[in-house]
Write a protein that binds this ligand. Sequence first.
Ligand SMILES: [Zn+2]
Length: 110
Amino acid sequence: MTSADDFPVPGSEDPDIAAGSHDPIPYVDGNAAAGALSEVFRIDIIAALGRCRHCGSIRAFGEAMVFTDAPGIVVRCRDCQGVLLRLVQTPTRYWLDLSGLSYLEIDREE
Ligand SMILES: [Zn+2]
C-alpha cells in the first residue's frame, strides 16, 4: 500500500503533514467517515473528542477533514492537516491506523 508516509515532504518535519495549501485536495467533514467507521466502532465516533498527535489540537471527530479520494479513507486534523486516521476496507478485513491520534475521548452511553 502506498501512503503519505512513504514520500516525506521536503522541508516538512513531519511527513504526515500535507505538502501545503498550494495543492488543495477536495475533502469533506468527519461525518463522511461515520458510515464506514460505524462498522468498526460500536460508539458514536462523530461526537468523540480526539487529540491530534502532531499539533495537540483537541476537536470533535466530526470536525476533521475526510479525504475519500484514496485507496481508503484518510482523516486529517483541521488545524495542522496531519493524518489522524486511515481506514482501508477489503472484502474480508479492515485495516485501521489510529497512530495520528493521541487519544479518543468517548461519552459512555447511559
Ligand atoms: Zn493537528
